[in-house]
Design a protein around this ligand. Structure first.
Ligand code: NAD
Length: 297
């Protein structure tokens, strides 16, 4: 049986690791938070006392951590004691530079590695339907694919090291911009006396169509499953959208890419977060555009 170490058992990591256990894999977990370890134990994981303890005897090390600095610090601790040839899979959403640095460190220690950030949120993590965007060598990807499979709806090999993170921030920059665009269109429609349903019926089937209106419509009614029908409970919290838009802007600055709408979207989400809406679904930005509060904490 493949032994897997899973480091970072938060909102995403815990249900992801639980799906690996359900698939019959032997998973040893570590997190800094005692409650998360308790939950992991209830989900059938073995619990380790430290990251180093978790990776002993593991053929695969998965990390699901908040940011690049956490990933690099865990890699610093565990690369030396890990067995050569261990596969490192980082599923966290982190900046592209840190992701490339993590690949470099892994390679220098004789390890295989991929960056494999996800989309699909906690719901996708629980259901085992996440989309994985992977970057790394074909050899590492081939080994990683069957491990990711129990947690995945779709797995895309995007290219070399860092390509998964690049795909993730480009995708989420489109999402942030498009959600603001759709919100602005509904606010304008309201001022023009046009009903939400009429705008939806037209735009969702013509050239305005996109995921932000067709699947995740930011006003209650047209798409019953969208967070707008549930007081804008996330879903995908505004704080996480802001994180990803910041990562996109960091990458744009580092590479000289011109992304004026990405920059504006980041500023608008920063203002939205600053009004106490960090815990609101990101589609709640429509209320901010109206000058209203949503108020999810
Ligand atoms: P979270 O804060 O709930 O979990 C992160 C966990 O990492 C925490 O439990 C924390 O204790 C642990 N941790 C931090 N440093 C550690 C260390 N040195 N050793 C061991 N554990 C450590 O965050 P989350 O919502 O699970 O998100 C994890 C990653 O997934 C983030 O990069 C996030 O951007 C990304 N993501 C989240 C979502 C979502 O909807 N929550 C969706 C897609 C991607």
């Amino acid at each position: 049986m493949t032994n897997i170490a899973f480091i970072g058992l938060g909102n995403m990591g815990n249900p992801m690791a639980a799906n690996l256990v359900k698939a019959g894999l032997n998973v040893t977990g570590f997190d800094l938070v005692a409650d998360n370890l308790e939950q992991a134990e209830a989900n059938g994981l073995n619990i380790a006392d430290s990251a180093v303890d978790a990776i002993r005897g593991a053929a695969v090390v998965i990390t699901m951590l908040p940011a690049g600095k956490h990933v690099l610090s865990v890699y610093d601790n565990v690369l030396d004691p890990a067995e050569a040839g261990t596969l490192f899979i980082d599923c966290s959403t982190i900046d592209v530079d840190s992701a490339r640095k993590a690949h470099e460190l892994a390679s220098e220690s004789g390890m295989l590695s991929i960056d494999a950030p996800v989309s699909g949120g906690v719901g996708g993590a629980e259901a085992g339907t996440l989309t994985f965007m992977a970057g790394g060598s074909s050899e590492a990807f081939a080994l990683a694919e069957p491990i990711l499979d129990p947690m995945a709806g779709r797995i895309v090999h995007c290219g070399d090291g860092g390509a998964g993170q690049s795909a993730k921030i480009c995708n989420n920059m489109i999402l942030g911009i498009s959600m603001i665009g759709v919100g602005e269109a509904f606010v304008l429609a309201e001022k023009l006396g046009l009903s939400h349903q009429a705008l939806f019926d037209v735009a969702s089937t013509s050239s305005g169509q996109c995921w932000s209106i067709n699947t995740y419509c930011p006003v209650p009614g047209p798409v019953p499953t969208s967070p707008a029908n549930n007081d804008y409970k996330p879903g995908f919290a505004a704080a996480l959208m802001l994180k990803d838009l910041k990562l996109a802007q960091e990458a744009a600055q580092a590479t000289g890419a011109v992304t004026p709408l990405g920059a504006s979207a980041m500023q608008l989400y920063a203002l939205f977060n600053a009004t106490g809406e960090a815990g609101t679904d990101f589609s709640g930005i429509i209320n901010f555009l109206r000058g209203q509060k949503t108020g999810q904490k």
